[in-house]
Design a protein. Structure first.
Length: 109
């Protein structure tokens, strides 16, 4: 798997072309969101205990990152998403993040 979700999916801010999440050598993820002529880039950290706390199986961090971006894009445009952040802060902005990621972990297993 190349780490991208091709095709368009609907969000509350419109359709998005693709989300590409690539693990960097330092353990962070470089995420690129493409929507037509607009491309945004983000550097994301996944705290070691967060996936399990959200109900995700070990080794699925790349899926968690992509699902987290889909979650964010359902609530705001890519241009509003922080350029560098840790996934654990999403719940500070969107209290339903943990519950929704647990639901998506079950759905995607």
């Amino acid at each position: 798997m190349d780490g991208s979700w091709p095709g368009r999916f609907h969000t509350t801010v419109g359709a998005v072309g693709s989300i590409r999440a690539t693990r960097a050598k330092d353990g962070t993820f470089e995420v690129e969101v493409r929507d037509g002529a607009i491309t945004t880039s983000h550097t994301v950290t996944v705290p070691p205990l967060l996936p399990e706390a959200l109900g995700w199986a070990p080794g699925r961090e790349d899926d968690l990152v992509r699902q987290s971006f889909e979650f964010l894009l359902e609530r705001e445009p890519a241009t509003s998403i922080l350029r560098r952040f840790s996934l654990e802060v999403i719940g500070d902005y969107f209290p339903d993040y943990g519950r929704e990621m647990a639901r998506r972990a079950d759905r995607d297993t």
